[in-house]
Design a protein around this ligand. Structure first.
Ligand SMILES: [Zn+2]
Length: 610
């Protein structure tokens, strides 16, 4: 039987069942596990709610509307009943970072402040360089801010900001600065005894020591804790064909992983219950001036999956307020889709009037800006509704039959992008209402992109390598017994003698023995937690399931009852085997064997009845 071989060896190529190489690695794993709280780590990515003693939330690894992701704080273990993934803190980091065991270990070791002795030279160097770049960026922000406000050289920057109605208080909130050009920053660094190489690595100075952002207003792109990772430079010269330049990617900065102004906006997002996503950095800065304190920008890229995940740590809803043009609308559509994949609700705010972006809109509204903005947010339609209605905006389906055909086609193309079946159905019926037709006429079909649906299913997280339900071949009572032992190892005392392992079927025997050997010693839960990574997949799966969501009852009476049920099943199995042997003996005419088997059968039947 194949299932048996699997349980026996348990050393396949499965990523969950890796054997950690002995020695220093073990030490690091232990240090990480003792220092990094799984609950904290998970909460950096999703919102959790306490339910009973466990925590639950929407799974970050597959798309869902109702939480099936559980964290057991005590056991530092997580499990998702939706996609059947589960593991410890390292496995979580692996999946969320889309890296391997090593990569996850690197990140967590850094997070936990654990020194990695066998970290490769190249890795060490990169980590150190990253730190030096961050330090350099911090210095640059300070230096250029000083130049902007406290030196004559900052005059062009002050003029530009004045034209945009950005006052000093506001500018300082965002750490804006001015780079006058020349080699000022380089000489500042030299005087302070810093290496210029680091400034070059940070993308701040050119090889000739000149400011990379010369004659530009500097806008720091900071992480959610306010540490500058990179900069955008806005030219002050009308002739410069490149209005904005950005820091290229460095060990400290990966485009698409950071949201501009999240550090400044996180309080506002929490206060207002939603975030506002804009296109431009000046939109955001001006927004904050007019009380839109929850505004952020994706800066330089279309909204990415990583940015969605980042934002979803702080809120469940984002209002998209993009530029009033075709590009802005296209960007909004992309963002609606991207956000939906990360379980982030969208609404789309429309700027009525001639303003081409939020910056213009707010400045034109002046003291009425807060009231006018409140209207924009209030009127903002849910993302999918906006998209569906917009797709038929230029048509008149009520009057022209030909328009109706086109409208149905276009609506169908939007509907197919909604991955959640229930939500899709709601919008399908709603669309019929909007178009004034019977719901049966609205068909979810992707006329121009027939493969889209298939791709989405894959993206939503069911890779082929995913294992099925754990231990498919185990009986229900046996599974329940293992679950009880996983959360209440001391129950082993009531089980061990009444259920010798040789009575069990081979497919169950190994799992039972492993659990017995592990928790049967003095260690109990702790021992199980330590040994679990070495267990075969299906057993790890079962234990983590039980930890995530313990069996309803684990008291002594239940334990006894479950053991009794397993015993009855064992007896029944034996009876069946003897009856089969009996038939053979009768056919052979073996009277002696027949009598022996009949006696055994009678014994068993008595046992069964008792
Ligand atoms: Zn899941």
């Amino acid at each position: 039987m194949t299932g048996q071989g699997r349980a026996e060896g348990g050393s396949g190529g499965s990523p969950r069942n890796r054997q950690i190489s002995r020695g220093t690695d073990d030490d690091i794993v232990n240090q990480i596990k003792s220092r990094v709280s799984l609950l904290d780590l998970v909460q950096q990515h999703i919102r959790l709610r306490k339910q009973g003693r466990e925590y639950t939330g929407l799974c970050p690894f597959h798309q869902e509307k109702t939480p099936s992701f559980w964290v057991n704080e005590q056991m530092q273990s997580w499990y998702c009943f939706g996609c059947q993934r589960g593991g410890d803190v390292i496995r979580f980091q692996e999946l969320i970072e889309k890296t391997d065991f090593r990569g996850a270990l690197d990140t967590l070791a850094e997070l936990a402040g654990v020194e990695r002795k066998q970290e490769s030279g190249a890795q060490k160097e990169r980590t150190a360089l990253r730190r030096r770049i961050l330090e350099m960026n911090r210095l640059a922000q300070q230096y250029y801010e000083y130049v902007l406000w406290s030196t004559p050289a900052g005059e062009p920057g002050r003029r530009l900001l004045g034209r945009r109605d950005v006052n000093e208080e506001l500018a300082r909130r965002f750490g804006l600065g001015y780079a006058p050009g020349g080699a000022n920053f380089a000489s500042f660094l030299k005087k302070r005894g810093h290496k210029l190489g680091d400034a070059a690595a940070a993308g701040l100075v050119r090889s000739d020591n000149q400011d990379f952002f010369g004659e530009r207003v500097l806008i720091p792109i900071r992480d959610e804790r306010g540490s500058p990772l990179a900069f955008t430079g806005r030219t002050v010269s009308a002739e410069d064909p490149r209005k904005y330049v950005n820091t290229r990617e460095t060990p400290a900065y990966v485009k698409g992983r950071v949201l501009f102004a999240l550090d400044v906006a996180r309080q506002g997002i929490s206060d207002l219950g939603h975030a506002v996503l804009m296109e431009g950095q000046f939109d955001v800065i001006v927004g904050h001036r007019f009380g839109v304190t929850n505004a952020v920008a994706s800066s330089g890229t279309a909204l990415t999956a990583e940015q969605v995940r980042l934002l979803a740590r702080f809120t469940e809803e984002v209002v998209l307020v993009f530029d009033n043009d075709h590009a802005g609308k296209a960007a909004a559509f992309k963002a609606i889709e991207q956000a939906a994949e990360g379980n982030l609700r969208t609404r789309v705010g429309v700027l009525e009037g001639p303003a081409k972006d939020p910056d213009e809109f707010l400045r034109a509204a002046a003291e009425q800006a807060p009231a006018k903005w409140a209207q924009v947010v209030k009127a903002a339609q849910p993302g999918w509704e906006f998209w569906i209605r917009d797709s038929v905006r230029d048509l008149n389906p009520n009057l022209r039959p030909a328009d109706l055909e086109v409208a149905l086609l276009r609506v169908g193309e939007v509907l197919v992008k909604i991955a959640d079946p229930a939500l899709r159905e709601t919008y399908r019926q709603q669309s019929a209402y909007w178009l004034g037709v019977d719901a049966t006429r609205v068909v979810i079909r992707p006329p121009s992109a027939p493969r889209d649906g298939a791709r989405r299913d894959q993206a939503s997280g069911r890779d082929v390598s995913e294992p099925g339900p754990a231990g498919k071949e185990w009986s229900v009572p046996f599974r329940y017994l293992l679950e009880m032992l996983a959360v209440r190892p001391d129950a082993i005392r009531r089980v061990r003698d009444r259920l010798p392992e040789q009575d069990l079927e081979p497919k169950e025997r190994n799992a039972y023995r492993r659990l017995l050997d592990t928790v049967g010693t003095e260690g109990g839960l702790q021992a199980l937690g330590d040994a679990l990574p070495g267990f075969p997949d299906e057993e790890q799966d079962l234990v983590r399931r039980a930890w995530a969501h313990p069996p309803a009852s684990t008291d002594d009476a239940t334990v006894d009852d479950v053991v009794a049920r397993i015993r009855r099943e064992i007896t029944r199995r034996r009876v069946r085997a003897i009856i089969s042997d009996l038939r053979d003996a009768e056919v052979r005419g073996d009277a002696e064997q027949t009598a022996l088997l009949n006696t055994r059968l009678a014994d068993l039947r008595r046992e069964e009845g008792s």
